[in-house]
Design a protein around this ligand. Structure first.
Ligand code: FPP
Length: 248
């Protein structure tokens, strides 16, 4: 078992992104309804947020609801939205005392009004906090985000506020939901699925991927430490060769 002491404190990723998968399967394994798995999933969110705060991670982005999740049975969508509202309401005061800043990415307008209101309140209350940035990806998909950025840029060009030649990667990033958030160094997916599922497509260009068979409701601080340890033992070359990395 890897202990927290074995982690290199100078190489803690500043941004970890997680695809929290496997709630439904976890519930089935325990003979319960799918929604029970989502409730257990919230406990994992709590322990991972706590662990990130303790380890000094600056940004944690959680895929809480994808654009594609709207296609799930209506009852499950309603249950997930209610769970989100209840969790935000219950957890925000403590997150605030822990200096956590709550943020969101995604198509916020498509969420139910109760959700929007609750999230706005939580975001406003915590906006000056300087600890962990807890970013909830809600009604989010990478393709939606990229298409949306392209549309915004096209509008600017059409209105002659932007010259086509000024469009480059740096400018494009300014039109993404994550414009002032660094790219994730580590992207974790639980439940043994090996896909990116439309998550942070632009931002994960050089992320290290960590896949675990653990279902999200069983994911905890120890699992996070395992993932960070694995990440710390990889060589990130960004297109270069090993020998070039050794030259300081
Ligand atoms: C994927 O498991 C999980 C989701 C689509 C929802 C994740 C939501 C939570 C953990 C709870 C709310 C979150 C916050 C931040 C308050 P799945 O249902 O796809 O599982 P399966 O693949 O086993 O069916």
């Amino acid at each position: 078992m890897i202990s927290q002491d074995q982690l290199d404190q100078t190489k803690i990723p500043q941004h970890i992104a997680i695809i929290m998968d496997g709630n439904g399967r976890w519930a089935k394994l325990h003979g319960k309804a799918r929604v029970y798995g989502h409730h257990k999933g919230v406990e994992s969110v709590r322990s991972v947020v706590e662990a990130c705060t303790e380890l000094g991670v600056k940004y944690l982005t959680l895929y809480a609801f994808s654009t594609e999740n709207w296609k799930r049975p209506e009852q499950e969508v309603i249950a997930l939205m209610e769970l989100l509202v209840r969790t935000i309401r219950k957890e925000t005061p403590e997150l605030n005392t822990k200096n956590v800043r709550i943020r969101t990415i995604g198509d916020g307008h498509s969420l139910p009004k109760t959700c929007i209101d609750e999230l706005n309140e939580a975001k406003q209350l915590t906006e000056k906090n300087t600890g962990l940035n807890l970013i909830l990806a809600l009604s989010y998909s990478g393709r939606w985000e990229i298409a949306n950025a392209a549309k915004e840029i096209a509008k600017q060009v059409q209105e002659k506020k932007l010259n086509v030649d000024a469009i480059d990667e740096k400018l494009f990033e300014q039109y993404l939901n994550t414009k002032d958030i660094p790219d994730p160094e580590l992207l974790i997916r639980t439940s043994g699925e090996y896909r990116i599922s439309n998550y942070l497509l632009w931002q994960s260009a050089y992320s290290e991927f960590y896949f675990t068979k653990t279902l999200w409701p069983d994911f905890d601080k120890q699992e996070l430490i395992n993932a960070i340890y694995d990440y710390q033992n990889r060589e990130r070359r960004f297109g270069k060769i090993s020998e070039q990395l050794e030259v300081k």
